[in-house]
Design a protein around this ligand. Structure first.
Ligand SMILES: *Cc1c(COP(=O)(O)O)cnc(C)c1O
Length: 240
């Protein structure tokens, strides 16, 4: 696990860079939330980051996430911190047959990447009498290796998803293509921002609050282009 002093240093640097990017774009730094992506990290690393003030954590794989969430939740209770809980974010692809296990533990599911999984989550959330906040994932570069709606398909998915009981649509998410320089990802972030504006105009009743975009290699550009949630792993916890 990462040395706690190095973790504190990394976190402070990320927070400084986030605030600087927001300020450059004349945005309020408080409008951008850091989601610390803790996949591949032990519960102890999450606890260390919690003690440094992080309250939003992202996980990609249910099998890995659920036992860690249970461990960390027990740890919070044992430290009298149950009243200051963690918001867990699911950022990885969710298989339909596992969807039931994602309803409940996660404050936000970023990775709704097909209408079928939205139907499934809606049904399960209804059974559990829960409302599950979700984002629609856009496959920005239409890379076959990645999940998500194409730019065109997301517009068609919104009317199918927005009214589903048990789901609360809260915006869009994307993973930018890996590029040699973060600047090259800027058009993708600009396009997601514009898409959200267009969808907002078309479907004003839905909540379009969030743009989840930006990772270790490109979060500053994403913030300059309007990200409200950045998902950062390696810059905080070190290489996986
Ligand atoms: C792993 C992952 C991240 C974090 O990536 P880093 O490059 O470590 O910052 C963000 N989003 C998703 C969807 C991921 O799978």
């Amino acid at each position: 696990m990462i040395d706690p002093l190095m973790l504190a240093d990394n976190l402070a640097q990320v927070q400084r860079r986030m605030a600087a990017a927001a300020t450059r774009a004349r945005r309020d730094p408080a409008d951008v939330t850091l989601v610390a992506v803790s996949k591949g990290q032990p519960a102890a690393a999450i606890q260390a980051a919690y003690q440094l003030g992080v309250r939003d954590f992202g996980e990609s794989y249910l099998e890995e996430a659920l036992p860690k969430i249970a461990d960390v939740t027990d740890w919070l209770a044992a430290h009298g911190a149950a009243a200051d809980p963690i918001r867990w974010h699911l950022v990885g692809h969710l298989q339909s047959r596992k969807a039931g296990r994602a309803v409940g533990p996660f404050a936000l599911i970023h990775s709704v990447d097909r209408v079928k999984i939205a139907y499934k989550l809606s049904q399960l959330a209804g059974q559990a009498a829960l409302s599950v906040p979700i984002l629609l994932e856009v496959n920005a570069a239409a890379e076959p290796s990645k999940y998500g709606f194409t730019w065109d398909a997301v517009g068609q998915a919104v009317p199918a998803v927005a009214g589903l009981p048990g789901l609360s649509l809260a915006g869009l998410m994307t993973i930018a293509p890996i590029v040699a320089h973060a600047e090259l990802a800027r058009p993708v972030f600009q396009r997601l921002y514009a898409l959200r504006a267009a969808l907002h105009a078309q479907y004003p009743a839905a909540n379009w609050r969030h743009l989840s975009m930006g990772m270790t290699d490109d979060f500053e550009v994403a913030i300059e282009e309007g990200a409200t949630l950045v998902r950062i792993g390696r810059a905080i916890f070190g290489e996986r």
